[in-house]
Write a protein that binds this ligand. Sequence first.
Ligand code: PHE
Length: 326
Amino acid sequence: LQAEAETAILETNDITALRDLKVKYLGKKGELTSILRGMGGLPAEERPQMGKVANEVRGVIESLLIDRETALEEAELEERLQLEKLDVTLPGISQEIGTAHPLNSMIEKIEDIFIGMGFGVAEGPEVETDQYNFEALNLPKEHPARDMQDSFYINPEMLLRTHTSSVQIRTLEAKKGEAPVRIICPGKVYRRDDDDATHSHQFTQIEGLVVDQNVSMSELNGVLFAFAQKMFGAGIEMRLRPSFFPFTEPSVEVDIYHPEKGWIEILGAGMVHPDVLARVGYDPEVYTGFAFGVGVERIAILKYDIDDIRQLYTNDLRFLDQFKSV
Ligand code: PHE
């Protein structure tokens, strides 16, 4: 039995099989145990002798098992160490870490400022119907103001939106006459402009819309000035110039003073035209509102001293890398 166990143990190459052998030879139902049990049937004088032998065999098998177990564990460890060997002197694979695009971080900055003033963030489609982009905003077909926003038409009824003001209509329709309405909507807009240092056929606007009872022009002024101060610092100078948009009355354009560039227009705004309100179910005798459309690139150009709007679109890493900490 001892010889048999010895061969079996030395031939085993894995720990689980070795545990099975331990049970087979030494376990409660093991072979050695049954021999010891059978000793009761032996003549009294043979028992001590037999017991001695059996115990010796047991001891030998036990130590064989322990030695083999240790050997197998060491081999396993050695194999693992080989497999997981790591050469720390090899040069690493460097990973370039990207960052938010300056335009996106600017959108987030602007959103944060208006969210801080109680605005929610709305969304609208970039492919828009003529109805939402123009008609509902007092720009009927043949209206000369449509020329201000020379458009990319997809078919006679659909175009790439020329401004985010279409979202004013979508938002008011969805609100079904309820007040207050206080949203901003960031998004891409498209116009048929020739690209140069200050123009791009696609740019970004953030629309703002407030509708409630007793909303006034001075509140518009206050909200926009608070925005300008948070963006450019408390000392910033801002001015309102009278302007014209078919969907606001009165209308203004808002400029910021830049020490080198002078007065720079950053947004258009005004009091929502009563006809616009009435068409989407807000009684203009009860409700008033204001709206504004911020040019995000304009703000970024001023804030980061960018000299060419095209740098925001051409994805030159030498330009983008400068905004890693912004
Ligand atoms: N939609 C106008 C533009 O694109 C800006 C604007 C928005 C004006 C809201 C007034 C009110 O030029």
